[in-house]
Design a protein around this ligand. Structure first.
Ligand code: NDP
Length: 238
């Protein structure tokens, strides 16, 4: 097994992805931002290395990626998972809300990929897996800044996939539907029941569902899959 770097590894989908990679024997490092205790507990549980990083800050990303490369020696798989969400009417979105949303969800993937790619290109091997969202595909009312950032991530994925395919690097975007994590914290039990009901498979997704698909794209044999947007949504959408 190779090496993997996962951003937003302290909670939710990222934490489950760290567990899944570590369990399969990958040497794994992950970035966290504010959840220090959760990150340290996960590191102790899995043997993965926790590194503090604000992915929306290019200097923080530079330092954290240097540290990840020091501990892993090279990076085979990068999972750009760190993300934030916010529900607001479009006309209530402030400049700060907009900048923060794009900074974490879109610029974060740009900054981290820019640090990690040169090593992948020189080794002529790499897997970049971006975690987008169904809302980046179909748009969500009251989450327009989130939808725009995630749609941007799909554009980043498709363009970069073409640019680096000749160098042996694949780039794909997983787009989860409704997944039970802290991100759904603002939804009431009734809202969640409605969302489960609207999901054709009849339940909300789990972080395990998403981690499983990430592992599939990370596989050495998934070499002919690139530039793709992979929905992990139980049929939810439109
Ligand atoms: P959580 O809120 O459970 O976890 C978010 C993770 O992102 C945390 O580890 C957090 O770190 C990290 N993070 C947030 N801001 C930053 C930052 N500035 N720098 C570095 N890390 C940061 O979310 P999920 O696990 O649900 O979401 C993971 C990804 O999946 C996101 O990109 C999200 O948009 C996407 N997604 C989720 C869906 C869902 O229904 N849950 C649906 C569709 C997409 P810390 O806690 O240490 O600050």
């Amino acid at each position: 097994m190779g090496t993997a770097l996962i951003t937003g590894g302290s909670r939710g989908i990222g934490a489950q992805t760290v567990r899944a990679f570590a369990k399969k024997g990958w040497r794994t490092a992950f970035f966290y931002h504010t959840s220090e205790a959760a990150a340290q507990a996960l590191a102790a549980q899995t043997g993965a290395v926790a590194i503090r990083c604000d992915v929306s800050d290019s200097q923080s990303v530079k330092q954290a990626c240097a540290e990840a490369l020091r501990v892993l020696s090279h990076i085979d798989v990068l999972v750009n998972n760190a993300g934030i969400a916010q529900q607001k009417l479009f006309t209530d979105i402030t400049d700060d809300d907009w900048q923060r949303m794009l900074g974490v969800n879109l610029s974060g993937a740009f900054y981290v990929s820019r640090e990690v790619l040169p090593g992948m290109i020189s080794r002529r091997y790499g897997r970049i897996i971006n975690v987008g969202s169904i809302w980046g595909q179909v748009g969500a009312s009251c989450e327009v800044h989130y939808s725009a950032a995630k749609a941007g991530l799909i554009g980043l994925t498709k363009g970069l996939a073409k640019e680096v395919a000749p160098s042996g690097v694949t780039v794909n975007c997983i787009c989860p539907g409704v997944i039970e994590t802290d991100m759904l914290g603002s939804f009431s039990p009734d809202d969640l029941a409605v969302l489960a009901d609207e999901t054709p498979v009849g339940r909300l997704g789990t972080a395990e569902d998403v981690a499983h698909s990430i592992l599939w794209l990370a596989d050495e044999k998934s070499t002919f899959v690139t530039g793709q947007v992979v929905g992990v949504n139980g049929g939810f959408g439109e």
